[in-house]
Ligand binder design. Structure first.
Ligand SMILES: Cc1cc2nc3c(=O)[nH]c(=O)nc-3n(C[C@H](O)[C@H](O)[C@H](O)COP(=O)(O)O)c2cc1C
Length: 191
C-alpha cells in the first residue's frame, strides 16, 4: 500500500503540514509505504491550455509535474493538504490540479484509465485549515478536490478540516486535531 501525501502550503511546519505529517505517520503505522511531495519545492507551471495533451493525454510541459503524474499513478492512497486561500486551495495546489487536465483528456477523450487503475482502486482524502471561523468555509475547496478525484477515478474518502487556525503551528493546540490526523491516516490504509 503506497500513500502519497501532497503538501500545498508554502509554510513548512505550518498547520496543514503538521496535520499531513500525522496522517502519514498514521498510515505508516499500519505498514503503508509513505511519500510526501511538497509542491512549493517543485517547479510546476500553470496549465497553458495549449491542447498539447489532446491527442496523447500527455502534458507537453516538461517540469516537475511529470514526476507528480508518476507518483499519482503509483499511489494507492492520496492525501491532499492545502490551507484555504481566498476560500480555495493554494496556487501551488491549484496549478498541480489544473495540470491534471491531461488526465481528463485520457479519461474522457481517449477513453483510457486516467491513472492506469481500475475505478475503486484508489482512494483519497483532503486536509485543510482556515484562518477564520465561518460556517463551513471549506465548501469551495472541497468541490475542487472532489472534481479532481472524480476525474482521476480516486474515491473521495472525506475531509479533515479545522476552522479558526491561523498562526503557524497553532493546529498543535487545537483539541485533538493531530490525533485525528493520525487516526485518519490509519483509517485510510485500512479501508
Ligand atoms: C494568501 C492567503 C489567503 C488566505 N485566505 C483565507 C481565506 O479565504 N479564508 C480563511 O479562513 N483563511 C485564509 N487564510 C488563512 C490561512 O488559511 C491560515 O493562516 C492557515 O492556518 C494557513 O495554513 P498553513 O499553516 O498550513 O499554511 C489565507 C492566508 C493567506 C496567506
Amino acid at each position: 500500500m503506497r500513500v502519497l501525501g501532497i503538501a500545498g502550503s508554502p509554510r513548512r511546519g505550518g498547520n496543514t503540514d503538521l496535520l499531513l505529517g500525522e496522517v502519514m505517520r498514521g498510515a505508516a503505522s499500519r505498514g503503508a509505504e509513505v511519500k510526501t511531495i511538497v509542491l512549493n519545492d517543485l517547479n510546476i507551471a500553470p496549465c497553458q491550455h495549449c491542447d498539447g495533451c489532446l491527442k496523447t493525454g500527455r502534458c507537453k510541459v516538461e517540469d516537475d509535474m511529470q514526476m507528480v503524474y508518476r507518483e499519482l499513478k503509483q499511489a494507492d492512497r492520496v492525501v491532499l493538504a492545502s490551507p484555504l486561500y481566498f476560500m480555495g486551495v493554494t496556487a501551488q495546489m491549484k496549478a498541480m490540479i489544473d495540470r491534471c487536465q491531461a488526465l481528463w483528456v485520457r479519461k474522457y477523450l481517449l477513453k483510457l484509465a486516467p491513472l492506469g487503475s481500475k475505478p475503486g482502486q484508489k482512494k483519497g482524502i483532503f486536509i485543510s485549515v482556515s484562518g477564520t471561523k465561518l460556517a463551513n468555509p471549506f465548501e469551495p475547496a472541497v468541490a475542487t478536490i472532489k472534481s479532481l478525484f472524480r476525474v482521476l477515478d480516486i474515491i473521495y474518502g472525506g475531509e479533515l478540516v479545522f476552522a479558526g487556525v491561523n498562526e503557524k503551528g497553532a493546529i498543535a493546540e487545537y483539541p485533538d486535531a493531530l490525533r485525528q490526523g493520525f487516526l485518519a491516516g490509519q483509517k485510510l490504509v485500512e479501508e
